[in-house]
Design a protein around this ligand. Structure first.
Ligand code: C2E
Ligand code: CA
Ligand code: CA
Length: 512
């Protein structure tokens, strides 16, 4: 018998044990070789070497996994940051603001003070974008964000909610301190912003709401928003603190919006007509269509009370369609009734939004054709500020309307930007001078000089002038003496239903 034969070598057991430990992931396990240096020891050494190698491979793998995990984590953090910040200004976005507001409400009072939300909406950002371009607009937004950040504490959250709307979450400040921050924010925007060689003003309307116990995060933002709208309604560029009464106003507005939506289809809309007169002869050269809403409960509602709301809600497009159709159809009816009396042009008021309505041109064209009216018999009155904007979409529509032969009048001249240098470049042939300019015409010599200068400028730009709001014979006489050819106003006739118009034209005779 050879030595060892029949008796198991204890090293084999050690070897099996070692391999089991290694297989279980214990890569540090090593098997002690004996001094015999035989084949078993060779296997033991081989296993140890493999274990060593495995250890290296494993460590390498672990390191690579760690690096990848760290990269993933960083990307995730960056993605989260991007998802919660505004790319242009680096401010928080709506998502982050909402999170912070929720947190602030959950935490409760900080320093004994409830959180507050401030909402800021720039007053004339659209005009800046339209006239100076989008990169100028972006620069203004970035500047506004810097100014806002400079007036709040680092612990407050300044956010851009989109477009030209910003918000600030203020925590740990007393009511007085919140108001102070709001006024500082307002003040920070009073200084012009330099854009290249131009200076623009990016003033804003600010609404604030102090958190009330029981108020949700959404309600807090909504109420700050309502206060901001109130600030706008009161003339913009101001600060307004939320008061619960404001909710009623909002509910009222949404009720009116609902009713207005139904007004056209339920026959509650009507047009009244007011003549435009040639001052020298008293002849009616135009008839302006003015919208009336005959409300079943509230009686007749004047356009100043609902056109603004219709513009904000987009309902103006539907109202505008109705006015265009009804006005031109009425002109058709007058024409059939008394062709010899209907030499006048029909004036229709257009809101800015209607110029961007894609089917405006086709609608004008079709309605004219359907009623057998030549395009030259229609005049569209558009407010000064719309014509001033250099938006290509609007300009193209205006050019096409003009090419069609439709007259374009600048309405409410003297109330907006009054950039007389633009007058000549405008695609319009007539300017309607706003009635506010002739208010004290009889008594105020400076006003007389001013109106006279305006009329001369209009004439120098080779445009006609119609002066609106003439209420007395004296005003009419003075204007005529200043060289004004056309006028409109209560003195010549108040807006009246269609049925009264032909009689008025029949009876019209020179007054001067
Ligand atoms: P507007 O285009 O400047 O129309 C002239 C307004 O002045 C009319 O008010 C008219 O009734 C009033 N007015 C006329 N003569 C005199 C006067 O001698 N003295 C005084 N104090 N006022 C006079 P109305 O009908 O209340 O319309 C207000 C505004 O509503 C219009 O101002 C126009 O901007 C808008 N609007 C009216 N109808 C429409 C419409 O169909 N579409 C659009 N988009 N806007 C309309
Ligand atoms: Ca008008
Ligand atoms: Ca006007």
């Amino acid at each position: 018998m050879n030595p060892g034969e029949g008796v198991e070598d204890p090293r084999l057991e050690q070897l099996v044990d070692g391999i089991v430990r290694l297989a279980a992931g214990e890569l540090n396990a090593r098997i002690e070789p004996s001094e015999q240096g035989d084949a078993i020891d060779a296997v033991i050494t081989g296993v140890n070497l493999l274990a060593e190698e495995l250890g290296h491979i494993y460590a390498d793998l672990e390191e690579r996994v760690a690096v990848r995990t760290a990269t993933l984590r960083r990307t995730q953090v960056e993605l989260e940051r991007m998802a919660k910040t505004d790319a242009l200004t680096g401010l928080a976005n709506r998502i982050m603001l909402n999170e912070r507001i929720h947190d602030a409400i959950r935490t409760g009072t900080d320093n004994g003070h409830a959180p507050a939300v401030l909402i800021l909406d720039l007053d004339s950002f659209k005009a800046i974008n339209d006239t100076l371009g989008h990169s100028a607009g972006d620069a203004v937004l970035v500047e506004v964000s810097c100014r806002l950040r400079s007036v709040v504490q680092a612990s407050d959250t300044v956010a851009r909610l989109g477009g030209d709307e910003f918000a600030v979450l203020i925590t740990g400040a007393s009511d007085d301190e919140v108001m102070l921050i709001a006024h500082r924010s307002w003040e920070a925007l009073q200084e012009g912003v330099e854009i290249g060689a131009e200076t623009v003003w990016a003033t804003g309307s600010i609404g604030i709401c102090l958190h009330d116990p029981g108020q949700s995060a959404e309600e807090l933002v909504r109420d700050a928003d309502i206060a901001m709208y109130q600030a706008k309604a009161q003339g913009r560029n101001r600060v307004q603190l939320f008061h619960p009464d404001m909710l009623n106003v909002v509910q009222e507005r949404s009720r009116i919006t609902g009713e207005l939506r139904m007004a056209a289809s339920s026959g509650q809309l009507a047009l009244h007509y007011q003549p435009v007169i040639e001052l020298a002869s008293g002849k009616v050269t135009g008839i302006e269509a003015l919208l009336r809403w005959h409300h079943p409960v509230r009686g007749t509602i004047m356009p100043d009370s609902f056109i603004g709301l219709a513009e904000e809600t987009g309902l103006i497009l539907e109202l505008g369609r109705w006015v265009l159709n009804e006005g031109i159809a009425q002109l058709g009816r007058w024409k059939q009734e008394a062709p010899q009396l209907t030499e006048f042009r029909l004036h229709i008021n257009l809101s800015a939004a209607e110029l961007l309505r894609s089917d405006l041109l086709a609608d004008v064209n079709e309605t004219l054709t359907k009623n057998d009216i030549e395009p030259a018999r229609l005049v569209l009155e558009i407010t000064e500020s719309v014509l001033m904007s250099r938006r290509t979409g609007e300009q193209q529509v205006l050019e096409k309307l003009r090419a069609l032969g439709v007259g374009l009048h600048i309405d409410d001249f003297g109330t907006g930007y009054s950039s007389i240098s633009y007058l000549r470049a405008l695609p319009a042939d007539t300017v309607k001078v706003d009635r506010s300019l002739i208010k004290n015409l009889e008594t105020d010599p400076r006003q007389q000089k001013f109106v006279s200068a305006i009329l001369q400028l209009i004439s120098a730009a080779e445009l006609e002038a119609i002066v609106e709001g003439i209420e007395t014979a004296e005003q009419a006489a003075r204007l005529q003496a200043m060289g004004c050819l056309y006028g409109q106003g209560y003195y010549f006739g108040r807006p009246a239903p269609a049925a009264a118009i032909l009689d008025r034209i029949r009876g019209s005779e020179p007054r001067l």
